[in-house]
Design a protein around this ligand. Structure first.
Ligand code: GTP
Ligand code: MG
Length: 262
């Protein structure tokens, strides 16, 4: 391992994903190998009170990869899990590093990372994988899940006033370290307050407040790539979206009051 290289951190929240780990580890291994000349890859799993063998499956499948496991004994939700990962990263991130957040159920097409890095070469600081942009899409995804996702994205665009981004709720994103650090100065080490799936909307808003350079790459979400069911609790997520809407102005004020410290 070349310690002089910058690090690409892959942050993966996992809740009962043991069956998906063999395949996930293969793609993480392939990614680590394909970036080895440019980045050292470090994978941070956030296990959130899984009641299956997720932790054992990580140990069994990822022993040859550089990994850390952040653990919550009791399930707290994916937003809280991302917050724990950002807190963990706050002591470690260096300029030049990148943070990629992704799903643990094999639905984040990690082959897109190359294309995402190409966008960073054009000056973009944050890149979202985007099923809603031209060239992206959904396959093998049930109608209700697509409808829910469509409504969420429409709500954010039309009611929270974030136009111009096609997909605002996807977990699969690439962030420049300096962006995470800038947000941490304003919003604290965890950056996000939301505990549930609405966390990505909160983070998108906070990125937009600081005028971050955001771009998207098209992704086809293939739900057949995962084993098991979605863990999203729909009603809880709708409530989370409403809460995020209610807190929008206070987060914006916080940015305006603290931006000089950036
Ligand atoms: N840490 C943590 N991770 C979670 C939690 N709920 C879901 N996840 C993980 O977050 C990722 C996304 O969850 P999914 O259940 O796939 O939700 P989704 O992608 O919106 O739904 P589908 O498209 O139907 O898969 C997966 O890696 C899950 O293991 C949670 O409460 N805590
Ligand atoms: Mg999923």
């Amino acid at each position: 391992m070349d310690k002089s290289l910058s690090t690409l951190y892959l942050v993966i929240p996992v809740l009962n994903e043991a069956p998906n780990l063999p395949r996930l580890s293969e793609s993480l291994r392939a990614t680590t190998a394909s970036f080895q000349d440019r980045y050292r890859t470090h994978i941070i799993f956030v296990d959130d009170g899984s009641i299956d063998d997720t932790v054992k499956a990580i140990a069994a499948n990822c022993h040859d990869l550089e990994t850390s496991i952040v653990r919550h004994e009791i399930n707290q939700g994916p937003g809280y899990a991302f917050g724990s990962a950002f807190e963990y990263l706050s002591e470690r991130l260096k300029p030049g590093d990148w943070v990629c957040t992704m799903e643990g159920d094999n639905t984040s097409n990690i082959d897109l990372l190359n294309q995402m890095f190409q966008r960073t070469g054009e000056g973009y600081e944050v890149i979202f994988a985007s099923p809603y942009m031209y060239g992206g899409g959904f396959t093998n995804t049930d109608f209700f899940r697509r409808f829910f996702s469509f409504m969420a994205n429409t709500y954010v665009r039309e009611f929270l006033g974030i136009p111009g981004i096609f997909t605002v709720s996807s977990f699969f994103r690439l962030y420049k370290a300096e962006v995470i650090q800038a947000l941490q100065k304003i919003y604290g080490k965890r950056i996000i307050a939301s505990k549930g799936f609405e966390c990505m909307i909160e983070l998108t808003m906070k990125l937009v407040f600081r005028n971050s350079m955001i771009s998207e790459v098209p992704m086809v979400l293939d739900s057949n790539k995962r084993i098991g069911k979605s863990k999203m609790k729909k009603l809880k997520t709708v409530w989370g979206y409403i809460q995020v809407g209610l807190q929008r102005n206070s987060w914006q004020r916080l940015y305006q009051q603290n931006r000089l410290h950036e």
